[in-house]
Design a protein around this ligand. Structure first.
Ligand code: UD1
Length: 376
């Protein structure tokens, strides 16, 4: 059997690491294709290094661009790979543009497609990821779901049950095998090493209580009124009487500068701006943080397992299992400051309990491989 697995952007790397480790146990020919959507060292290479992912066999070098450019260019380049390599399976994960582009290309060439993290639905078709999920799931031969909500979504959409396997969340395999290494890290050292220049008075501290911010979704960062309200809340809200570490995604950095909000954050004493963090550094912050403010689905999931209270700056989530009402830690607050303020006390002053979803147990890659091998 020959398998090609595909990655393109940062959230894919935590998902491919355990899959590749598992595949080596079998007599399977495997090639890793990186589409090159994320190309900065801190968005790509460092994750390969830190998670022991072997260098990609083929890098398509797609880079940044509009959605049509990224998807179209990936399809053209990936088609050539498939013509040459003739795999039996293409394995895609998550919901990034690589997931969409490579699943369509494979399906059109009659190569079987396996989607890891199938069935997530935000029901918000303004999200590019939702389109990617819908199309990929519609054409995949094998749909491996992280939780029962996802399985139900697929069944309701009419997917043949024999194609769906509830395997659990593969990213938690990576968390489990790296959490001990992360625990040994030192928060103050992480801040000193990763803080952006221009904030010298803020970083030489022994940090005991802190929150973490990550934000990159167009709905939060592309609009001046929305982003400036959020920035004002983080800079000035009185209930936030602890340091806030803000790891800055490239898109967010561009927007903060464009909207002239960058300097006011640099000057603010509470917020420390950080470059995108390496995997173990981020995990350490999550282990010790008092609270997370995020619009990332992956962070919502990691917070659920680590029991870190999570304020999710979105109107919806494709991961309802991470919400407090379903046993998780996360509260949806849109980007409405009033709602954030109303929920802040609840999150800061009450213990948040979470229960680990079924099969988020560190053995997911093994179940994925078995599902592929037993497919007929
Ligand atoms: C992509 C994914 C999103 C995921 C996110 C995690 C899609 C549709 N979206 O969004 O689901 O949550 O990754 O990061 O696939 N840039 C750099 N260096 C890089 C990569 C990008 O500077 O290595 C800049 C470019 O200016 C680019 C911008 O960041 O225009 C956004 O990158 P892009 O690949 O378009 O999507 P993300 O917003 O990162």
């Amino acid at each position: 059997m020959k398998i090609i697995s595909v990655v393109g952007a940062r959230p894919n790397f935590m998902k491919i690491a355990p899959f590749i480790k598992e595949i080596k146990k079998y007599n399977i020919e495997h090639l890793l294709v990186h589409t090159g959507q994320h190309y900065d060292d801190e968005m790509s290479l460092y994750f390969f290094q830190d998670l022991n992912i072997p260098a990609a066999d083929i890098n398509l070098g797609i880079g940044s661009g509009s959605h049509a450019e990224q998807v179209g260019n990936t399809m053209v380049a990936f088609e050539k790979v498939l013509i040459e390599q003739k795999p039996d399976w293409v394995v895609v994960m998550g919901d990034v543009n690589a997931t969409l582009a490579c699943s369509i290309t494979a399906k059109k060439m009659h190569v079987k497609v396996c989607h890891i993290e199938a069935g997530l639905r935000s029901r918000d078709d303004k999200m590019p990821e939702e389109i990617n999920r819908l199309v990929t799931d519609r054409i995949s031969d094998l749909l491996l779901t992280p939780d029962f909500f996802s399985t139900e979504n697929l069944i309701k959409e009419g997917v043949d049950k024999s194609k769906i396997h509830h395997v659990g969340n593969i990213m938690i395999d990576t968390l489990e095998s790296n959490v001990d290494k992360a625990k040994n890290k030192n928060v103050s050292e992480i801040i000193l090493k990763n803080s952006l220049r221009g904030q010298p008075n803020k970083v030489f501290k022994n940090f005991t209580e802190f929150g973490v911010i990550t934000m990159h979704r167009p709905s939060n960062v592309d609009n001046f009124a929305v982003l400036s309200n959020i920035v004002d809340f983080f800079c000035n809200n009185k209930s936030l009487n602890f340091s806030l570490f803000w790891t800055i995604h490239p898109r967010t950095k561009i927007k903060l500068k464009e909207f002239n909000l960058w300097d006011s954050i640099l000057r603010n004493n509470r917020i420390i701006l950080l470059n995108p963090l390496r995997y173990h550094d981020m995990l350490k912050l999550n282990l010790d943080a008092k609270i997370f403010f995020t619009d990332s689905g992956g962070i919502q999931e990691e917070c659920t397992v680590l029991k870190t209270p999570c304020i999710t700056l979105r109107t919806n989530t494709e991961r309802p299992i991470t919400l407090i009402e379903h046993g998780g830690v996360s509260i949806l607050v849109k980007n409405d400051i009033k709602i954030i303020e109303n929920n802040l006390d609840l999150v800061l002053n009450q213990s948040v309990y979470s229960k680990r979803p079924k099969y988020w147990d560190g053995n997911v890659a093994n179940r994925c491989l078995k599902a592929i091998l037993e497919y007929n």
